[in-house]
Design a protein. Structure first.
Length: 340
């Protein structure tokens, strides 16, 4: 589609679509929610847990429950696909509870169903490093899924919780896909053939997860898009194109990974403090995560600019129907199959 045609219709397509951001830690900052609303988002998946143990996670869920109560005219908890559609029809921002890591589970499989009953619908297996489930993507040993990890996935399948493979090691992801009876997702992962990073996934991972019906959420997190301090929109779209060419448009979504340490939400001092904490804890390696500032790609620097992603996809020859799938309906297809 040429630029003038795209300009004429992108806002209408964006307004009509269910626009889903599959992971967004920044949303923990309540004041940032207005940016997703202003950007036309229908549903977002804040990171409400994963980095802390059970008590800390329960506090986070409590904060979100209070937020949902006090802002019930604006926010809606999403626990089934129909809630995503209801958020759209009612003009509310849908909220999906998402974990980045299984630390809140520890080794207690009984907590999976408890978290599900509390609203958690997507859980990432690891966050960069080894845990009870398996190896993260920063582990040099590339160990596979543990016996506990196999039982955890089976329990997630049983209750209807989506298995998220972002930040997870290569062998662990491949074994997890084999074990899972339900489609898995990479909520926010880019393509290693386009930009080499431990955080990005290889073609065999893309093929394996999509063979079972899964979806990959292309992410805007600066260190995994390109080497540039601020990537161009074309460099973001290159990751969409790679997945589309390899396995088709039906397996692409978007997971921004907007987070608290990015520009302009964090000062330089705040960003550096957060970075030092992540590096010192071992969860981030400097080779994969260069120091701040983190300036998101041109045109989608902040969530209020999400319509520019729709425009760019149209300009890069994605049809209106394909753009609608990428913006939300591909993830919705998986969720409809998995959630119970």
């Amino acid at each position: 589609m040429n630029k003038s045609s795209a300009l004429e219709m992108y806002q209408q397509i964006h307004n009509n679509a269910i626009v889903y951001d599959a992971v967004c830690p920044l949303a923990q900052k309540e004041e940032s929610l207005s940016d997703w609303i202003n950007g036309g988002a229908t549903v977002i998946a804040p990171t409400i847990g994963g980095g802390g143990e059970c008590t800390e996670t329960m506090r986070s869920i409590g904060v979100w429950n209070q937020r949902l109560r006090t802002r019930k005219d604006e926010l809606l908890l999403v626990t089934k696909v129909e809630d995503m559609e209801r958020a759209k029809s009612q003009g509310k921002l849908g909220i999906i509870f998402h974990f980045q890591g299984t630390l809140p589970i520890g080794k207690d499989l009984g907590l999976v169903e408890i978290y599900y009953r509390l609203g958690v619908r997507v859980m990432q297996l690891t966050y960069n490093v080894k845990d009870f489930v398996g190896d993260g993507c920063e582990e040099t040993g590339n160990g596979g899924l543990s016996d506990f990890g196999k039982k955890l996935i089976q329990e997630m399948n049983r209750v209807g919780m989506v298995v998220d493979l972002s930040h997870t090691g290569h062998r662990t992801t491949m074994e997890a896909i084999e074990v899972s009876d339900s489609p898995c997702v990479f909520s926010h992962s880019n393509c290693n053939p386009i930009f080499k990073s431990n955080r990005n996934i290889k073609d065999d991972q893309i093929k394996a997860v999509t063979a079972n019906g899964g979806v990959i959420g292309v992410t805007a997190f600066p260190p995994v898009v390109s080497q540039k301090a601020q990537s161009t929109m074309d460099q973001v779209i290159a990751h969409f194109d790679h997945i589309a060419n390899l396995v088709g448009v039906d397996h692409i979504g978007f997971g921004s990974d907007y987070f608290q340490g990015q520009h302009p939400y964090a000062t330089v001092e705040q960003a550096n403090q957060s970075y030092s904490s992540s590096v010192n804890s071992g969860r981030w390696k400097p080779e994969t995560y260069p120091p701040p500032p983190y300036i998101y790609p041109e045109g989608i620097e902040t969530p209020d600019k999400l319509p520019n992603l729709t425009l760019s996809l149209l300009e890069h020859e994605y049809s209106p129907e394909e753009v609608t799938k990428i913006l939300g309906s591909n993830f919705m297809r998986v969720y409809k199959e998995v959630w119970k």
